[in-house]
Design a protein around this ligand. Structure first.
Ligand code: WT7
Length: 650
């Protein structure tokens, strides 16, 4: 546990990071804590291009959150695309902004800042022609093509609000999001390519939009050229609308606090929430954290292999890197296509210096053997990042020793959709690391641990992770439902933001995230709600009740365990299991899948009818001897059946 990895010596090329050593980190941390407004105003003014610079920092607080969202830089005016594009076109027009690596190895496109600016302007002009106005919402349902980033930025150019939906989500899920945010325009592509397979994106959109009267247009980018169904009058080809559009499009002024995007994310209960991020604070925070965490330099080739459908893609493929004039890679494929060497093949071919992925991918690749790594030249690598779930020390060491040859910095970055950017992480190459620890909070982030009696825990210990003070990149609200925002994050501990995670703090003040303490699952770094699975399953006629919990999974981090109570007269069989799988896939998407089904006579409930999830969890985790007190159960015999029929991975 106290195994500390010394920091490899700083390489000699120049770093422009505002934090150059641990003393400066402590100084910045103290200043952000003592004078948060002054600290963040400085950062915001220095890092972004403003049409009108903000003169004040924070308005509102966690204590007054039920009266309305807090705000940062409230009187500032900007358009985020000027910070991400225009100013770089003035200084380095031919620098590569986006490297695109397609599904087939070596299928590459490069867009300079000049080219990206032009494409964003044309697309914005095309969208305006289609009727899009400031403040209106656009759903983007695409694969990993540069046009997905272009679509996001084009919306931002017009002051419109994008909501990207991960391309694995089902038609049902797309429809829910279209309705919730009231989008009238959807942007998609004919089909996607992933791991040699074709993804029917346009078809899913058509299904999602059946009967949705308020949809004006669907803009369709041609990726594969395959035939797709067409709705005359509604559907518009990207190349027809965009290619002939004007190369310049004025950036529409937005207030710092105008929403930049909505991103739906799963919680403990109900349908996914539309988390709202704003223009000024979000871009300030993603730009700042991207530079200080990764120690970004001018000639870096930066590759985050997440999908833009998740917050990681928003903050650290698109907005943070482009604000920082970085060269950012977009990867269309999967880590094992055509084989487990794909990432390192890309590192060699593109000369990647900073590489950012999820622990689940590291575990999957480590299991395939080191020869896939050794084959490729990885000497350009300098910083290796992980995000999405706790990284087990074995996977950390493999990443450090095998991928990084023991000379790269590992940054285990802890954050959430709601935090907008990284909150707890080492700073490469400054922070001494310990395998499995996200280490220390970034300036402006004040983590606190709450103990079982809801008291603030001082010193080393384990508790529930909260944050004591707002920062500019924090989500402001849930789209259309501020009370839900308050209830989800601010009602557990008055005056504090509750992350939903457990965390241990050691004697060095290092943080070790232990995982979710609520009913949120983290499967292969994908966040999913148990309630979403349960509602998909109980919608099947044969099912009376369903209880979903996570269990430890060697590759995925967490697997999905489903307890199913059938209606009287039905018995489990393969056809029924297939039907249940289909129901989950249709309601949520292809990335959601139950790993283990257990058919049970009933769920363990208290006399007041509440399901005792603790029992379900313990049995799924393979610890039926640790059920604790079950004397309050209405029918203790249910537990015997659950324990004796417990399932585990083969
Ligand atoms: C949840 C947030 C942030 C981008 C990707 C996920 C877990 C995230 C770490 C980490 C341990 C982590 C937490 C968090 N998580 N990063 N470095 N160590 N756990 O965003 O989908 O909003 O999920 O992912 O449980 O609450 P998300």
């Amino acid at each position: 546990m106290s195994e500390i990895y010394p920091v490899p010596p700083r390489v000699s090329t120049r770093s422009d990071s505002p934090i150059q050593d641990m003393a400066q980190y402590r100084e910045a941390y103290a200043r952000a804590q003592n004078d948060p407004e002054g600290f963040w105003l400085d950062v915001a003014r220095r890092r972004l291009r403003w049409m009108k610079e903000p003169t004040h920092g924070l308005d509102g607080s966690y204590h007054t959150i039920d009266e309305g969202p807090f705000s940062w830089f409230g009187d500032g005016v900007l358009n985020v695309t000027e910070s991400c594009l225009d100013r770089h076109v003035e200084t380095r027009p031919s620098k590569t902004a986006i490297i695109w690596e397609g599904d087939e190895p070596g299928e590459v496109r490069k867009l300079s800042y000049r080219e990206l600016h032009k494409q964003v302007c044309r697309t914005a002009n095309a969208l305006r022609e289609l009727g899009l106005k400031k403040g209106e919402r656009v759903i983007i349902y695409m694969g990993m093509v540069p046009e997905a980033a272009i679509a996001m930025l084009a919306c931002a150019r017009l002051g419109a609000i994008h909501s990207v939906v991960f391309g694995g989500f089902s038609a049902e899920a797309v429809r829910d999001r279209v309705r919730d945010c009231g989008a009238e325009i959807v942007i998609t592509q004919d089909k996607g390519r992933r791991g040699g397979k074709s993804i029917p994106l346009k078809e899913v959109v058509d299904k999602a939009l059946e009967g949705e009267q308020h949809i004006k247009h669907v803009l369709v980018y041609r990726r594969t050229g395959e035939e797709v169904p067409w709705v005359e009058g509604r559907d518009v080809w990207w190349h027809e609308a965009v290619d002939g559009a004007e190369d310049l499009c004025p950036a529409v002024p937005t207030m710092a606090e105008d929403p930049l995007f909505i991103l739906y994310t799963s919680g403990s209960t109900g349908k996914p929430k539309g988390v709202v991020h704003t223009c000024g604070g979000y871009l300030t925070f993603t730009s700042y954290t991207h530079e200080i965490v990764f120690d970004l330099r001018e000639h870096d080739v930066y590759a985050c292999v997440a999908d833009i459908g998740w917050i990681t893609g928003h903050s650290y493929i698109v907005y943070g890197p482009l604000a920082n004039r970085a060269t950012t890679l977009m990867f269309e494929s999967i880590p094992t296509y055509p084989d487990a060497g794909r990432y390192w093949d890309m590192v060699e071919r593109h000369g990647i210096t900073i590489f950012y992925t999820a622990p689940t991918a590291i575990r999957a690749l480590a299991a395939q053997g080191d020869e896939h790594v050794d084959k490729y030249d990885r000497r350009t690598l300098r910083v290796l990042g992980t995000v999405g779930e706790p990284i087990n020390p074995d996977a950390w060491r493999w990443y450090y020793e095998i991928v990084g040859d023991g000379r790269c910095n590992i940054v285990d970055t802890y954050w959430q959709t709601e935090t907008g950017g990284v909150t707890i992480s080492p700073l490469a190459p400054l922070t001494a690391t310990k395998p499995g620890s996200a280490t220390l909070p970034l300036p402006g982030i004040v983590p606190l641990l709450m103990d079982d009696s809801d008291r603030i825990l001082r010193g080393p210990g384990e508790g529930r992770l909260c944050m004591a003070f707002p920062w500019p990149g924090q989500a402001r609200t849930v789209w259309g439902d501020h009370p839900r925002f308050v209830a989800t994050y601010f009602n557990h501990y008055k005056g504090y933001y509750f992350t939903g995670d457990g965390c241990r703090r050691d004697t060095d003040g290092y943080h070790w995230i232990t995982g979710r303490v609520d009913d949120v699952l983290n499967v292969s770094g994908h966040r999913m709600g148990t309630a979403e699975f349960e509602s998909a399953l109980v919608a099947v006629d044969e099912v009376a009740e369903a209880g979903i919990v996570g269990f430890p999974h060697p590759i995925k981090g967490q697997g999905v365990y489903a307890y199913i109570v059938l209606q009287p007269g039905f018995a489990p069989n393969d056809a029924l299991e297939a039907k249940l799988h289909r129901a989950v896939r249709d309601q949520i998407g292809a990335h959601a899948r139950v790993d283990l089904f257990q058919f049970v006579p009933g769920l363990p409930k208290t006399r007041s009818g509440k399901v005792m999830r603790r029992i379900l969890r313990k049995v799924a985790e393979g610890e039926p001897d640790k059920l604790g007190d079950i004397s309050t159960l209405a029918d203790p015999s249910v537990v015997e059946a659950i324990v004796s029929g417990a399932r585990s991975l083969p």
